[in-house]
Design a protein around this ligand. Structure first.
Ligand SMILES: CC(C)(COP(=O)(O)OP(=O)(O)OC[C@H]1O[C@@H](n2cnc3c(N)ncnc32)[C@H](O)[C@@H]1OP(=O)(O)O)[C@@H](O)C(=O)NCCC(=O)NCCS
Length: 196
């Protein structure tokens, strides 16, 4: 196994061919919610990650490889940062939504640079790479003219919540997680915002 403590980490923009690696990493961040979404898009005998990869391979969408950066160690993809501008859609009616997904649609911070997913492979965690990816998100937000970042975290994901709080994110709203066989968390989903 790669010794992450001495390995140089490189960050790069994702390409279309990274779509499957992105989907696999996003799945680590989403606590089962990605599976709820992708299950509905599954075609033929593809598995849920392949369905997710098909979605990430699209151009011009929020959930596109074009909004992803990857962390690499010795040529191997170990981490994902997926972020994009959160734009309020005045025509969007959340009452039509799957109730399992509704809490995450409700927890939107308008005019923020939204971190949709951040994840590292287990062997790459606890080495400061996540902190660097969050700093990269801040840089991207600032260069795109945003004055705040937002993300959604499960309150039960204590390690992640502690990291965000240490970096200046504050909880501004929350919703109950709606139970579903795929969703790994109970408790509350938190909207966390950082002013830049
Ligand atoms: C959450 C996540 C992205 C954080 O990334 P990370 O690289 O592990 O985070 P960091 O290493 O920057 O910080 C985590 C801890 O490691 C410590 N750390 C930071 N730099 C370190 C270093 N060089 N050496 C050792 N430890 C270090 C931090 O102090 C922090 O400690 P804490 O647990 O006491 O808060 C990662 O753990 C992950 O992928 N988790 C699974 C997916 C997930 O839950 N995503 C978030 C969804 S909201």
């Amino acid at each position: 196994m790669t010794d992450m403590s001495v390995t140089q980490i490189l960050f790069r923009d994702a390409e279309k061919t990274d779509a499957k690696a992105i989907a696999a990493l996003y799945r680590l961040a989403a606590g089962g919610v990605a599976d709820v979404v992708w299950e509905a898009f599954r075609e033929g005998d593809e598995d849920v990650v392949e369905a997710g990869a098909r979605r990430y391979a699209r151009d011009g969408e929020d959930f596109s490889y074009q909004n992803c950066a990857l962390a690499e160690a010795r040529g191997r993809t170990v981490g994902l940062l997926h972020a994009f501008p959160m734009h309020a859609d005045p025509d969007f009616d959340p009452s039509d939504m799957d109730p399992v997904l509704r809490p995450y649609a409700d927890l939107e911070e308008p005019d923020s640079y939204y971190i949709a997913g951040i994840a590292l492979r287990p062997e790459a965690r606890g080495r400061g790479i996540g902190t660097k990816m969050l700093r990269l998100a801040e840089l991207r937000a600032l260069t795109r003219g945003f004055s705040k970042l937002s993300l959604i975290a499960f309150e039960e994901n204590k390690k992640a919540v502690r990291l965000y709080e240490r970096l200046g994110y504050r909880t501004t709203d929350s919703r109950d997680v709606v139970p579903h066989p795929f969703v790994e968390y109970d408790g509350r989903a938190l909207l966390m915002v950082k002013a830049l």
